[in-house]
Design a binder for this molecule. Structure first.
Ligand code: AMP
Length: 213
């Protein structure tokens, strides 16, 4: 089964994707993670996209489509979760074509419904374990007082450079201008499913599980 998790920054796409990886053996394809890896390893492409990402703007379709194309050849037991991709209509068309080329298709597009105030407070309070990527929140899920990640025991935590109010404003505008048209696109194709994204992590996971069966 191949699915897209669709929603604005901070909607919880990454958190839910991690659960689906653990519970269903799916493979998470996050273009944001791939781009951050390219920056850390200092590739030419990584250097090219750094300023764009920090400003909260979208990198070109060509770059992210290329990243996804490289990953689609691997075989997965549970299928792919596209997390943060596609973000434009051009990317959505390209994804259809890439999947078709590999004899695959999309099963569901899960749109996570949230409101902007919740996004701002979630994102500005967000940190992740540097070792395993577990997501923490200063208010709702603080880093344990012993300073150790509850999942892997890691002791280093990081905040994303673009998780600040100014970048977030741009990221939200980019979402509404360029990504939200995908809601109409997938609705028209009969693939769109809504889940309320504001509940507890387990509740949201339950709503997604009902759709996936
Ligand atoms: P994310 O981790 O998904 O929030 O992505 C972080 C940043 O990476 C975004 O603000 C964009 O600058 C860039 N990015 C990630 N995925 C895409 C995509 N599909 N299209 C364009 N830019 C992307």
């Amino acid at each position: 089964m191949n699915i897209i998790l669709l929603g604005p920054p901070g909607a919880g796409k990454g958190t839910q994707a991690r659960r689906l990886v653990e519970e269903r053996g799916m493979v998470q394809l996050s273009t944001g993670d791939m781009l951050r890896d390219a920056r850390t390893s200092g590739t030419e492409m990584g250097k090219k996209v750094a300023a764009i990402m920090d400003a909260g703007e979208l990198v070109t379709d060509e770059i992210v489509i290329g990243l996804i194309d490289e990953k689609l050849h691997q075989s997965t037991g549970g299928g792919f979760i596209f997390d943060g991709f596609p973000r434009t209509l051009g990317q959505a068309d390209a994804l259809d074509a890439l999947l078709a080329r590999n004899g695959q298709s999309l099963d569901h597009v899960i749109a996570m419904e949230v409101n902007d105030d919740a996004l701002v407070s979630r994102i500005t309070a967000r940190s992740t374990c540097a070792k395993c990527g577990e997501v923490y929140n200063d208010i709702t899920k603080p880093i344990p007082s012993d300073g150790k990640c509850t999942v892997c025991g890691g002791t280093e935590f990081k905040r994303r450079a673009d998780d600040n109010e100014e970048s977030l404003r741009t990221r939200l505008m980019e979402y509404y201008k360029k990504t939200s048209p995908l809601i109409g696109y997938y609705h028209a194709k009969g693939q769109l499913r809504w889940v309320p994204g504001l509940g507890e992590i387990d509740e949201v996971a339950g709503s997604i599980a009902k759709i996936l069966g």
